[in-house]
Ligand binder design. Structure first.
Ligand SMILES: Nc1ncnc2c1ncn2[C@@H]1O[C@H](COP(=O)(O)OP(=O)(O)OP(=O)(O)O)[C@@H](O)[C@H]1O
Ligand SMILES: [Mg+2]
Length: 219
């Protein structure tokens, strides 16, 4: 279980996250909904250790993460698909998928097993494996970004506005992939941000609202 307690974050001198307290339990799918600029991306980046926090604590199963850098958090099996997806164009799709596990020093056998699981969750990636990262459409890039986050995110998966700009057919495929993930890895906690709650459909079991850097927990 990941807990954040009274987190405050400043960006460029502006107070962005305000006393954010929340508990992310395993086996949950949590939607975080808020308009543009509400602080969704900042919250996910803060959980990933990519922003500096002014005050507050973050802990995972009782271990304090507050001062742990981002690469340590990835080793905790938290997968993150940023809103700008960042697929490396000079690498193939398969290389993009394997990369985060290689960075973590996982063995080749472990990485092969994770890849096999990811291809069960997102079978659309199979025919794309040899394709260059530069040859993907925006929607395909989102599927690769999902697969890459699932490669490492066996405990927690954070998806930043995955449905933005996704054509209806791909949005349906993305939703089906998340349902398969929950069957294969029921204990994983999935966090999905959105500005338009309608795009989340019935995916989340819980929806929280973020407004001007504060979270209201409507569980
Ligand atoms: N690097 C930065 N420096 C200064 N201010 C920033 C920075 N990044 C974000 N902000 C500000 O922090 C606030 C929250 O931004 P954030 O990107 O977290 O919102 P968001 O909810 O993800 O919005 P969107 O729906 O547009 O993705 C906004 O007011 C934004 O202008
Ligand atoms: Mg954002």
């Amino acid at each position: 279980m990941l807990k954040i307690n009274k987190i405050n974050v400043d960006l460029a001198g502006n107070h962005i996250l305000r006393d954010v307290t929340a508990t992310f339990e395993g086996a949950r799918t949590i939607g975080i909904v808020g308009r543009n600029g509400a602080g969704k991306t900042t919250l996910l980046r803060t959980i990933m250790g990519l922003t500096k926090i002014r005050s507050g604590e973050i802990s995972l199963d009782g271990t304090d993460l507050t001062s742990q850098p981002g690469h340590v958090r990835a080793a905790l099996h938290i997968g993150y698909a940023p809103e700008d997806r960042v697929i490396f164009p000079t690498m193939t799709v398969e290389e993009n998928l394997r990369l985060p596990c290689q960075v973590q020093g996982m063995s080749a056998t472990q990485i092969d097993q994770r890849l096999a699981t990811v291809l069960k969750v997102v079978p659309q990636l199979e025919p794309m494996l040899a394709r260059s990262g530069s040859a993907l459409s925006g929607g395909q890039g989102k599927m690769v970004a999902l697969g890459r986050a699932v490669m490492i995110g066996t405990r927690m998966l954070m998806l930043d506005e995955p449905f933005q700009g996704l054509a209806p057919k791909l949005a349906m495929e993305y939703t089906e992939a998340l349902a398969r993930l929950k069957e294969i890895q029921p204990d994983v906690c999935v966090v999905i941000t959105e500005s338009n709650i309608k795009l989340l459909g019935s995916i989340p079991d819980q929806v929280w609202t973020i407004e001007r850097g504060s979270i209201a927990l409507n569980t």
